[in-house]
Design a protein around this ligand. Structure first.
Ligand code: ATP
Ligand code: MG
Length: 284
């Protein structure tokens, strides 16, 4: 049985649960109450924990695998292994200062007071840049500290930046990009590694499917070559003749992040009746 730790309540909880569901793993979970549960159709026990505790649980082998933000894993400095990036919980760790404070380079925070909940990552950044500054460690709400003269700058997690703006701050230095990641204990036995491989296979299929769209379109044959050159597909696009003479139907898979760009190029190249659908699973 593989023991998986996920966040009980927070930014990563819903996406972690959804990922397991999409992997076809069913289990009972009644919101806040349960601290652990058994999957019904996969040899997996799921622990619901505070995210701060997951690195230690993984290091100590209390849990075998766990989902947590890369930022937190790095901050904890736990001796655990990365298994798979999961594509959600994307954020960055940045330094921000009050919006009217002049700032050109990292050395401008020399000697300043910096509030953060991530002292480990901040110390690393400061020493890499040969800067000394006072670190004020807080467990949360660091963004209010410059406004109440407790700090001159903050080092915190940013996703859209709207929290910074609403607290009169500007982001001046991005130190780290982070996303949710599957981690594992260093010393899993062969049986557990084989279960983990099965789980990863499913997670990758789900993740790939989310990153791609299936596209169908019609095109006059004389424009087929140009349209196909825009569509890389998994190998190459599928082409089928339409019953209308001189026309073909093209099927392919495109990446979600290039989606609108490609659609525009296809239209411009003469594609018509484009149909785009989600993919549920994608195995290469
Ligand atoms: P816990 O109660 O479990 O200790 P927490 O309050 O410490 O939770 P959350 O705010 O739920 O933590 O964030 C968990 C992780 O989600 C962060 O470490 C980060 O990796 C990611 N994260 C946080 N905020 C965002 C955001 N706005 N957008 C995307 N990802 C985020
Ligand atoms: Mg936490």
């Amino acid at each position: 049985m593989l023991k998986l730790a996920i966040q009980k309540k927070g930014r990563l909880s819903a996406s972690s649960l959804e990922l397991l569901e999409l992997c076809g793993i069913h289990f009972e979970h009644n919101g806040q109450e349960k601290l652990k549960t058994l999957a019904q159709n996969f040899p997996l026990e799921i622990y619901f924990l505070r995210d701060d505790d997951i690195p230690r649980y993984l290091e100590d082998g209390v849990a075998d695998i766990g989902i947590l933000g890369e930022n937190l894993a790095l901050e904890s400095a736990a001796d655990i292994l990365k298994v798979l990036p999961l594509g959600f919980g994307k954020c960055r760790m940045s330094i921000a200062v009050p919006k009217h404070t002049p700032y050109k380079a990292a050395r401008d925070i020399q000697g300043k007071r910096i509030a953060t909940s991530y002292p480990g990552l901040l110390k690393k950044f400061l020493s890499e840049n040969n800067i000394s500054a006072q670190i004020h460690e807080l467990s949360g709400s660091v963004e209010i500290t410059p406004g109440i003269d407790m700090a001159d700058a903050i080092f915190d997690l940013v996703s859209t930046g709207s929290t910074l703006i609403s607290n009169g701050l500007k982001e001046v230095e991005t130190v780290l990009h982070s996303e949710a990641m599957l981690y594992r204990n260093r010393n899993l036995n062969a049986e557990k590694l084989s279960l983990l491989e099965k789980l990863c296979f499913r997670m990758q299929a789900v993740k790939r499917a989310k990153d791609h769209k299936y596209i169908l379109l019609n095109v006059p044959n004389e424009k087929l070559a140009e349209v196909c050159s825009i569509l890389p597909g998994m190998k190459s696009p599928t082409i089928m003749p339409l019953s209308e003479e001189g026309w073909s139907s093209v099927h392919s898979v495109i990446k979600e992040d290039k989606f609108w760009e490609i659609i525009q190029q296809l239209k411009d190249a003469g594609a018509e009746s484009l149909l785009i659908t989600n993919i549920e699973k994608m195995v290469l």
